[in-house]
Design a binder for this molecule. Structure first.
Ligand code: GLC
Length: 556
């Protein structure tokens, strides 16, 4: 693989509303991020992905943009963003922004014009269709629940919204629309951002040739996914997008694309792919509280291991995934992978070791490094997220009681990951001087950055070590370009692999269970990382303690 400037990035995702408030309005903002840059630099990350900060009515917390060119006053100003870019650069950190180009906000002037005159110029910017016999054009379900179509008042037209009603889908078939988007993208790249995380891009092409689909739920609707995700022909748009924007600046791109058909993988993230990297979703749908995995979280992690390793082998030497465990769309990782009673320093510290040393760009989500976790709400009103409320309604419609539905929401709502960052044990956890927009997890008095900073054996300190090892110039090349070999393949307790390059072997050995487990093979070498104080061995084999995570170095 040709070396590229972004190959060694280590990412950190910021959900701005919940990261750091600087002006006492209870909402995080860009000056707040600037204030915390030294913290991020000490942690060791080299890329920040900042979730949307553009002007927005915040129906989906900024993923509904009403002006692509302006920062929302809630988050600061365009000058603040410039300052963030410059200050981050001084610390060796590049800033990438979210790029939301599958849809806009319904308050975007383009959409306002489209509503006034659906058959006019801006009507062609969106996906508008006439209804059929007083019904929407088809029975697709929105990804966030309910019909994917909404009527434009006073007209015969409906508009498509794959997400909330406040997020009308753009019509990529229209070259004029595409030009407007390219201009906007190039404007931000000119300003100096390092690239983009590209939102929902798999959905920009729709196949609207058919009518209603057989219903797959009590609502009479149908998921319709294959008609609006990775639809044949999307490549033409992706190629053009890349050539007209990203390529011109050599920027880094990270796309949210689920379920890419295998034969298209190289076209997406190969040497000259549409994107630098894509997120790998293969571990996202596992939850140890699901019926299937209850009491079987070890087996669940083994299932994930096999999927992850298979993807590593397939992409070896060809391209990179972005590897991560958490983001703003899922519950926190401790609660997804471990029952509460098994969450402790050892189990939490083995988690980054599972993915940081794989081939790809590692990403940490804010708060993951201190072990932020979920907590159960007592009322559905304690959630703000529209998608969460739609899901709740859907569960009630399926016949669940309010208690059952709330239980389900508590263990699955993405809003769990959006509680304010826990900086210290003061009033509002150092996040803000006033009541935050969204309640803090009450455990902030125990789980917070300040406390962990003082403790060399904290989770935060361990993440620092993991990141430092990933960046260590003695091994960095191997972590990035080294070959990948599965170790202890037969084990159903261990997650082990080797990276090998230029006579150097780096072995990553993790016990994902709460029992002591011996390796089958013998291992020797220098210990580069260990979440315990010692390593025990018997006749050359390692006896790994519950959740022990080790990295060993040896010469070939
Ligand atoms: C992506 C974002 C999610 C958002 C959706 C619609 O999946 O990650 O937060 O709600 O797109 O823009």
């Amino acid at each position: 693989m040709k070396e590229k400037w972004w190959h060694d990035l280590i990412g950190y995702q910021i959900y701005p509303k919940s990261f750091q408030d600087s002006n006492a309005d209870g909402i995080g903002d860009i000056p707040g991020i600037i204030k915390r840059l030294d913290y991020l630099s000490d942690l060791g990350v080299s890329m920040l992905w900042v979730c949307p900060v553009y002007r927005s009515p915040m129906m989906d917390n900024g993923y509904d943009i009403s002006d692509y060119t302006q920062i929302d006053p809630m988050f600061g100003t365009n000058d603040d963003l410039k300052r963030l870019i410059d200050e981050a650069k001084k610390r060796g950190i590049v800033v990438i922004m979210d790029l939301v180009i599958n849809h806009t906000s319904s308050e975007h002037p383009w959409f306002q014009e489209a509503c006034k005159d659906p058959e006019g110029e801006f009507g062609k910017y969106y996906i508008l269709r006439k209804g059929k016999n007083g019904q929407p054009p088809n029975n697709w379900r929105s990804l966030f629940g309910g019909s994917a179509w909404e009527k434009i008042g006073g007209s015969e037209y409906y508009y498509l919204h794959l997400f909330t009603v406040g997020q009308p889908d753009l019509n990529w078939e229209n070259p004029k629309l595409r030009e407007s988007l390219y201009d906007m993208i190039n404007g931000w790249l000119k300003m100096g951002i390092g690239g983009f995380r590209i939102d929902a891009i798999a959905h920009i092409k729709k196949d609207l040739s058919g009518g209603n689909l057989p219903s797959d739920g009590v609502d009479g609707l149908s998921s319709g996914m294959e008609y609006f995700r990775n639809v044949e022909g999307i490549e033409d748009y992706l190629k053009e997008l890349k050539e007209r924007t990203f390529d011109r600046y050599g920027c880094y791109t990270l796309a949210e694309v689920d379920d890419i058909p295998e034969e298209r993988m190289e076209a997406y993230i190969g040497e000259d792919g549409y994107y630098s990297t894509v997120f790998d979703f293969c571990h996202c749908f596992h939850n140890c509280m699901d019926e299937k995995w209850k009491g079987k979280e070890r087996q669940m992690l083994i299932d994930i291991r096999d999927r992850v390793f298979e993807r590593q082998k397939k992409m070896e030497g060809k391209g990179f995934f972005c590897n991560y465990l958490e983001n703003h769309d899922m519950i926190r990782i401790p609660d997804r992978y471990l029952p509460k009673e098994k969450q402790n320093f050892y189990s939490l510290s083995m988690l980054p070791v599972l993915y940081f040393f794989l081939s790809g760009i590692p990403m940490v989500y804010q708060g993951q490094e201190i072990g932020m976790s979920d907590y159960a709400r007592e009322h559905i009103e304690d959630y703000v997220d529209l998608a969460t409320h739609n899901n709740y309604e859907g569960l009630l419609a399926k016949g669940m009681t309010k208690e059952q539905a709330l239980y389900e929401i508590n263990r699955t709502s993405r809003e769990n990951a959006r509680t304010p960052m826990q900086w210290d044990d003061g009033g509002y956890a150092g996040f803000s001087d006033v009541k935050p927009w969204f309640p803090l997890n009450p455990d902030f008095t125990k789980v917070n950055v300040e406390r962990q900073k003082q403790d060399p054996k904290s989770l935060l300190a361990f993440y620092q070590k993991v990141i430092a090892l990933r960046k260590n110039c003695l091994y960095k090349k191997n972590w990035i370009y080294g070959g990948f070999t599965v170790l202890e393949a037969e084990s159903d307790h261990l997650w082990c692999f080797m990276r090998r390059m230029d006579g150097q072997k780096l072995q990553v050995l993790v016990n994902i269970s709460d029992e002591c487990v011996s390796t089958k093979e013998c291992y020797d070498g220098k210990v580069l990382l260990n979440n315990y104080d010692s390593v025990s061995q018997k006749a050359g084999c390692l006896c790994l303690q519950p959740y022990q995570a080790l990295v060993l170095f040896a010469e070939n």
